[in-house]
Design a protein around this ligand. Structure first.
Ligand code: RP5
Length: 168
């Protein structure tokens, strides 16, 4: 088993071909001071490792799992079936796939009883997955709450400034 850091967030992706988009997620977590455990694990190509990861994640201190995959994206769901940790699913557009619609439906359409919090396809979803993970952690982390409030303020300020810049 690959070694796990003591970090509250894991970012798992189905292939190294997903890394380009998921770098945005890892970067956003880094901006909040979180260095996640990052793994390439496939629900289809390495199912035993996926099961082992899900079974042990909570024991290693992980509190939220972000799972990204393309095509018939079963990674988030497969992990969700084996852990009670919250799972955030990021559907990705993969080469040869259906522009991410395949992954979106595979990730979001979980059966009742096994939720996956599914974000948007691709880069927007990768960023939002990081922010949602932070929002899940915030109730038990005062310092992180302050960082999240600052992030939201800065985001609002940018929009307000852009609005002001187009007023005559
Ligand atoms: C999925 O299949 C991966 O998450 C990836 O998005 C897609 C294609 O994988 P590769 O063939 O590029 O490894 O499991």
């Amino acid at each position: 088993m690959a070694s796990e850091k003591n970090t509250p967030v894991a970012v798992v992706m189905g292939s190294d071909s997903d890394m380009d988009v998921m770098k945005g997620c890892i970067k956003q977590l880094g901006d909040f001071g979180i260095a996640p455990t990052v793994r390439i694990i496939s629900a289809h190509r390495t199912p035993d490792i996926a099961a082992e990861f899900a079974d042990n994640a909570a024991k290693t201190g992980i509190k939220v799992i972000i799972a990204a995959a393309g095509m018939a994206a079963h990674l988030a769901g497969a992990l969700a079936g084996r852990t009670t940790l919250p799972i955030i699913g990021v559907p990705l557009a993969a080469a040869g796939g259906l522009d991410g619609m395949d992954a979106l439906l595979s990730t979001v359409q979980m059966p009742p009883g096994v939720p996956v919090a599914t974000v948007a396809i691709g880069k927007a979803g990768a960023k939002n997955a990081a922010i949602l993970a932070v929002q899940i952690l915030v109730p038990s982390d005062v310092a992180l709450a302050k960082k999240l409030a600052d992030f939201k303020d800065a985001q609002a300020k940018k929009v307000i400034e852009k609005d002001a810049s187009i007023q005559s």
